[in-house]
Design a protein around this ligand. Structure first.
Ligand code: CDP
Length: 225
């Protein structure tokens, strides 16, 4: 898995913005693993599969095809059974339930298998919660992005407001806190930095500053040989 870049961190730390741009500028493929868990959650809701039913969710994951395809020039989107589901997977309902779906060991087994396959060719930027610790422990570069809860909630709230959703900031903060708690406390592959990850606190950094820093580390190959 040489040459792969793992970017992990909690909700609102800026992973997807940063990972997408790093991939674009380095000519790597960007894989958003959160979008895969979200797509599965969306499909479970649509298929009336309960988020408490581990076996049924794992079976659903096995039967579903997840692909990343170009939806518009240069922009990859997640396709679930051939359908571009990007506009469905950010809904409040999916956001509320996804960390419960993602906590099931059998679900993760299926998703991790697929994620490793996607990264097998190398030159992939993969973002998620467990990429450096579990999916690609041999990734050459590992980054863990973090920021204060206040700042992360503010960023997510701004995104939602920009989309016309007038949700109160306090509600967004509570949801993020709840999801962080579930992601950090689950038994399998909890959210935590890999021991060899470079930790970046993005609270006072612009996305551009984070992107440039990561690209610099990769280009200079600070990890040696
Ligand atoms: O974009 P945001 O930070 O809100 O979250 P996301 O990356 O879309 O991930 C949504 C949820 O999927 C997370 O809160 C985790 O519960 C789960 N997830 C995971 O368990 N492992 C991953 N590698 C990626 C996401």
């Amino acid at each position: 898995m040489k040459g792969n870049i793992a970017i992990d961190g909690p909700a609102g730390a800026g992973k997807s913005t940063v990972a997408r741009q790093v991939a674009k500028r380095l000519g790597y493929l960007y894989i958003d693993t959160g979008a895969m868990y979200r797509a599965l959650t969306w499909k479970a809701l649509k298929s009336n599969v309960k988020v408490t039913d581990e076996a049924a969710l794992a079976e659903l994951a096995r039967r579903t095809s997840f692909e990343f395809r170009e939806a518009s020039p240069g922009e990859l989107a997640v396709f679930c059974d051939g359908e571009d589901v990007s506009r469905f997977i950010r809904s409040a309902e999916v956001s509320r339930l996804v960390s419960r779906v993602a906590a099931w060991p059998k679900v993760r087994e299926e998703m991790v298998r697929l994620q490793r396959k996607l990264a097998a060719g190398g030159k992939v930027v993969m973002d998620g919660r467990d990429i450096g610790t579990c999916v690609l422990p041999e990734a050459r570069y590992k980054f863990f992005l973090t920021a204060s809860l206040e700042e992360r909630a503010r960023r997510r709230w701004q995104e939602l407001v920009a989309q016309g959703d007038n949700v109160p900031l306090e509600k967004v903060k509570q949801e993020i806190e709840e999801r962080d708690r579930r992601d950090c406390q689950r038994v399998v592959a909890p959210l935590r930095p890999a021991p060899d990850a470079v930790i970046i606190d993005t609270s006072d950094l612009t996305p551009e500053e984070v992107i440039e820093y990561i690209i610099k580390v990769v280009r200079e190959d600070r990890y040696g040989g």
